[in-house]
Write a protein of this length. Structure first.
Length: 121
């Protein structure tokens, strides 16, 4: 009986092997940008203390907080909200946002992340 070799229907990434790129928040490692059949990108972002207030016109971002320093916060439009590991925020297009304090965040961007859709506020 012969075995058919088929293409894998799943993808695996190791974020430690993805080069970091500068972003308004700090340094992002972005996965799945090259996967045509996946409608989102997944990022692990190291947020620096001086993240820039910005927004997106088309992207929705979901932030899941992996690590946060004490008293870490998010600015969402004019609101300041305390954050801790395990919290998750859905940030639709047009919401001005920035992280306050050092943290590590898992971000899911839909549709796929587009660097031309980052607007400093």
């Amino acid at each position: 009986m012969s075995t058919l070799q088929t293409e894998r229907r799943y993808r695996v990434v190791d974020f430690a092997e993805i080069p970091g790129v500068p972003c308004p928040c700090g340094t992002a490692r972005r996965a799945f940008a090259d996967a045509a059949d996946i409608p989102a990108t997944v990022h692990v972002t190291e947020i620096s203390e001086d993240a820039a207030l910005h927004y997106h016109k088309r992207l929705t971002e979901t932030y899941f907080f992996l690590e946060c320093q004490a008293n870490a916060q998010m600015q969402l439009d004019s609101d300041i909200v305390g954050v801790k590991p395990g919290m998750c925020f859905l940030i639709p297009p047009g919401v001005r946002h920035r992280a306050i304090g050092k943290m590590k965040v898992l971000i899911i961007a839909t549709p796929k992340f587009d660097p031309t859709d980052e607007w400093l506020a």
